[in-house]
Design a protein. Structure first.
Ligand SMILES: [Zn+2]
Length: 159
């Protein structure tokens, strides 16, 4: 039973907030909130992200979107863990095997270096994750701004 067709609107699988509907005369869906574009394969009942840097794919199950790239996701997750643990472990091992002389002026530096290695690799991984998920931070920020302005406008009318 096909559930995906161009005459209907669906919730957006990416931002989980907007609605996607087909563009007139085009075989593509667009989201009214995050403004991403999706291409659909009606025979296979799958939806592809058309304008992302990383390929994402979903299929329709009841009223929900199920992601098709679970395996890729775990592959990236494992890669991310290694990316954080390995450099930190190497730096920590160096600091442990070659400890600084006690009471030397920079004896705190190796510990700080280990912490900085961990923090910067976490930041790098978060950046990669935000690329993968394409989370629409800008759209949510715009929504927040609009709400804020609406609230202010309403307050002005009341007083
Ligand atoms: Zn969306």
């Amino acid at each position: 039973m096909p559930t995906l067709d161009y005459s209907q609107t669906y919730s957006c699988p990416l931002c989980l907030r907007g609605e996607i509907r087909a563009f007139p005369l085009m075989d593509a869906f667009g989201c009214d909130f995050c403004r991403h574009i999706f291409s659909a394969n009606l025979e296979e009942q799958v939806l592809d992200l058309a304008d992302g840097q990383v390929p994402r794919r979903w299929y329709r199950k009841g009223n929900q979107w199920i992601t098709k790239d679970q395996e890729t996701f775990w592959g990236y997750g494992l890669f991310g863990l290694i990316l954080i643990i390995l450099p930190t472990a190497i730096v920590a091992l160096g600091a442990y095997c070659f400890p600084p002389l006690p009471n030397s002026p920079l004896s705190w530096l190796p510990k700080l270096w280990v912490v900085l290695t961990l923090i910067f690799h976490l930041i790098f991984l978060s950046w990669l994750a935000s690329l993968y998920f394409q989370f629409p931070f800008a759209s949510y920020f715009r929504l927040f701004q609009e709400r804020f302005h609406l609230v202010n406008f309403r307050d002005d009318n009341n007083h």
